[in-house]
Design a binder for this molecule. Structure first.
Ligand code: ZN
Length: 87
């Protein structure tokens, strides 16, 4: 399991068998997304991680023609979730 997935699961107390839900309400999450991409200096910290469904993950990576999820939007979701500013 990748480190950022471990960080996410540990933070929220998920076990390996648990189903993680998309944080935007789109069913089951398939990926833990780095809001600030690792290639852009994003860290494996909870404030930079969000669980997303396949479709929302693709939208976050700007791969869908009909749906875009911006970094700022996701940062706002995580800020509300964690009650603090992302680092
Ligand atoms: Zn991603």
């Amino acid at each position: 399991m990748k480190k950022h997935v471990k960080v996410y699961m540990k933070h929220f107390g998920y076990g390996e068998q648990d189903i993680i839900m998309d944080e935007l309400g789109d069913g089951v999450a398939v990926d833990i997304h780095h809001i600030v991409l690792k290639s852009q200096g994003g860290k494996d910290e909870i404030g930079n991680l969000i669980a997303l469904s396949r479709r929302n993950h693709d939208a976050a990576h700007l791969k869908l023609p009909d749906k875009v999820i911006t970094r700022d939007y996701l940062l706002g979701v995580v800020e509300a979730r964690d009650g603090e500013k992302a680092t």
